[in-house]
Design a protein around this ligand. Structure first.
Ligand code: GLU
Length: 473
């Protein structure tokens, strides 16, 4: 079963990191019993609930796994997909623990899922199902502002998070922090500007950080700079869409291939992501778009500089790893490269920017949203006007003293920039850049850090282990 392989892959990555850490000069060794305690999910709750829809009682199965509670609340999305299973949810929950530790977001790891194909149901039906699922989770504090905070994942988005938050609020009308029980809500319902784009934008910041390290770029054999790089994007959902759009519009990269469920679009001169996205929204498919080709996963083997798998786990396995031509892969999805494929690709010199770092932008901005909900104030609300008037005065002064006018573009950059979206992007960029520096430093310093994934896992696992060790576990 794919869930088993995914969980095994994550456990292999974890064990490799522990082994690598134990060969470094670190004083603190991670014992095998502590490693085992960290590796396994602390608990997984399986719920079956019935909802009366279309005159029949349909039973749904959902999961919420808590991987590590070294920090609380635990955090992680809820996935709606037909093939959700316990092992998959446990693998994803583990990844959340490592991800949060790596980007220094003070949450433990969790993940949820519901076995459902959202396309089979109307919006009103999905709302009823989601509210019922929320009630089940709430009963066990598996949705709770200080215990367990879900977020969107594959098949869910702002709409589902708004329903969950609203249901939680109904169940807990006097809870002042009720809105902090989930993140990824619409801005009008306690969300934060920039959360929807956060994972995709984080992927872009990760790529920029990589390209800003000439030594690391040399290892990939790629020429410096993102400009003109030919990119394959697999999956144009929320993450893939934002990453592709920003890379083509802000970095002048060329999105040459977009792979979707029902085929692919290929254009060597660069696909216009906005137009393609509108085509998909209006027709429900890439079919009929110029450059459309009937194709499956083999499209990943096309000639390109970078692959961005942005959909599901295990799309690059030992079956196709040997045929991958791009020298750089950035994992926008969780677990798209299996542990076996990882070894094949590393031996072939392909560089992988790993999921626990590459897609951590989502949970980073979720953290900002949670803080916003707890503090009940929009970021920038107190200081924005004050900053504007201070910088305005400075510019006026400079103009008065020099007799010259301050360049408009610079003046507007100095005066503006304190709105919530600017602060969110700044916090996200800072997180992604500083985290890359830490990973790259370990990768280049430690012999046992054989690739970026091992380096990133070493940092994450060591932080979690220290958390346990400091309380005597
Ligand atoms: N589902 C996202 C992830 O896999 C976001 C999690 C969150 O924001 O809590 O990272």
């Amino acid at each position: 079963m794919a869930g088993d392989e995914f969980l095994k892959s994550i456990e292999t990555n974890f064990s490799n990191a522990v082994a690598a850490l134990n060969t470094t000069d670190n004083e603190e060794r991670i014992s095998s019993d502590l490693a085992n305690q960290i590796m396994l999910a602390n608990s997984t709750y399986v719920v079956r609930f019935g909802v009366r829809l279309r005159d029949t009682l349909t039973t749904f199965t959902g999961f919420r796994s808590v991987h590590s509670e070294h920090f609380e609340p635990v955090k992680g999305g809820i996935r709606y997909a037909p093939d959700v299973n316990q092992q998959e949810v446990e693998a994803l929950a583990a990844l959340m623990s490592y991800k949060c530790a790596l980007v220094e977001v003070p949450f433990g790891g969790s993940k949820g899922g519901l076995i459902i194909d959202p396309r089979d149901w109307t919006s009103a039906e999905l709302e009823r199902i989601t509210r019922r699922f929320t009630q089940e989770l709430a009963k066990r504090d598996l949705i709770h502002p200080s215990q367990n905070v879900p977020a969107p994942d594959v098949g869910t988005g702002e709409r589902e998070m708004a329903w969950m938050a609203d249901e939680y609020k109904r169940l807990n009308p006097a809870e002042i922090n009720a809105w902090a029980c989930v993140t990824g809500k619409p801005v009008a319902k306690g969300g934060i500007s920039g959360r929807a784009e956060a994972t995709g934008r984080g992927v872009v910041y990760a790529l920029r950080s990589f390209f800003d390290c000439p030594g690391d770029v040399t290892k990939s054999g790629l020429k410096p700079g993102l400009k003109g790089k030919r990119i394959i994007v697999q999956g144009l959902g929320n993450v893939g869409y934002h990453a592709a759009k920003i890379l083509s519009e802000e970095d002048d990269a060329l999105i040459t291939h977009v792979m979707e469920r029902d085929g692919a679009v290929v254009d060597e001169s660069g696909i216009n992501i906005e137009t393609l996205r509108s085509h998909i929204s209006s027709t429900g498919s890439v079919l009929g778009y110029s450059g459309y080709v009937e194709s499956g996963l083999e499209m990943l083997e096309s000639d390109a500089d970078i692959i961005i798998p942005a959909a599901m786990e295990l799309v690059i396995t030992e079956e196709n790893a040997k045929n991958i031509k791009a020298p750089l892969i950035i994992e926008a999805a969780n677990g798209p490269v299996s542990a076996k494929a990882d070894t094949i690709l590393r031996d072939r010199g392909v560089i992988i920017i790993p999921d626990l770092y590459a897609n951590a932008g989502g949970v980073t901005v979720s953290y900002f949203e949670w803080i916003k909900n707890l503090s009940r104030i929009r970021f920038g609300r107190m200081q924005r006007r004050a900053d504007e008037s201070r910088y305005g005065a400075l510019i006026e002064g400079i103009e008065g003293i020099t007799g010259k006018s301050f360049p408009d573009e610079l003046a507007s950059r100095a005066i503006n920039g304190g709105a919530e979206i600017d602060l969110v992007r700044s916090g996200l960029e800072d997180t992604m850049r500083s985290t890359y520096d830490v990973i790259s430093e370990v990768w280049n310093r430690e012999k046992s850090a054989i690739d970026l994934r091992t380096a990133a896992m070493m940092v994450a696992v060591q932080r979690i282990a220290q958390g346990y060790q400091s309380i005597g576990i």
